[in-house]
Design a binder for this molecule. Structure first.
Ligand SMILES: C[S@@+](CC[C@H](N)C(=O)[O-])C[C@H]1O[C@@H](n2cnc3c(N)ncnc32)[C@H](O)[C@@H]1O
Length: 216
């Protein structure tokens, strides 16, 4: 799952993960994090997610990171936003009012980029990565965060032998292994969503649990 894989997905428009609506788990569960309006929130591997807009609408200053320039430009164009663009090697920083996206590699972020972040929203980011990359992702994310940051994490959990990722299956045990040293982990929702995701049934899945966690 190197950057070229993702660039190619965006070039081909193969972005089945992108949702045309705000994610319902975000609007239902974000208040559990008690991140106040005005506080900064981080969305790793943000794609062109509309959830960025929802978070900004809640009064947050929003920072996303996304490796594909096509995705970042589509996000602003689709939403009729006109960002300023500045070079901040190795990133390009796009900014429109309270919405910022750093276009570049998540693994190049430093603590300074996330200064003041109080909440994190991870949907389809951890599960976009193969098993061997997930410990590095979790470690880097935790290294970037200051104290008292909360995370809303949405994963898929399915029988990995039935389908190859992405999206990959991440069990509750793995979430605890990846984040349990630093965070209390509260599972807040789980639902079989196979019926609403026929493309995964066609790829061989017999069940597809969507799981939502709050990390404090
Ligand atoms: C499965 S998509 C999820 C996007 C978004 N979270 C959503 O819910 O629509 C994963 C995204 O991560 C981006 N990506 C993958 N590896 C990355 C990296 N190392 N740094 C920044 N973005 C990355 C891809 O280009 C892709 O847009």
């Amino acid at each position: 799952m190197n950057p070229e894989f993702w660039h190619e997905r965006w070039r081909q428009g193969e972005i089945g993960w992108h949702e045309a609506e705000i994610n319902v788990h975000l609007s239902d569960n974000w208040p559990r994090l008690s991140v106040e309006p005005g506080e900064r929130v981080f969305v790793p591997l943000c794609g062109k997610s509309l959830d960025l807009l929802w978070l900004a609408g809640e009064g947050h200053r929003v920072l996303g990171v996304e490796i594909s320039r096509l995705a970042v430009e589509a996000f602003f164009a689709d939403n009729a936003l006109h960002p300023s663009i500045s070079e901040e090697p190795p990133f390009l920083r796009y900014r429109a009012a309270e919405l910022e996206i750093l276009c570049g590699n998540f693994f190049d972020l430093t603590k300074e980029h996330l200064d003041g972040v109080r909440g994190v929203y991870d949907r389809a980011s951890l599960i976009a990565l193969p098993p061997e990359m997930r410990p590095g992702y979790a470690e880097h994310l935790q290294a970037l965060l200051g104290v008292d940051v909360k995370v809303l994490l949405i994963t898929f959990d399915y029988d990995q032998s039935e389908m190859s990722g992405p999206p990959f299956s991440v069990t509750e045990n793995e979430v605890r292994e990846l984040f349990g040293d630093r965070f209390d982990i509260e599972p807040v929702a789980r639902k079989d969503v196979l019926a609403e995701n026929d493309q995964f049934r066609q790829r061989g899945l017999s069940h597809l649990l969507e799981r939502v966690y709050v990390l404090r």
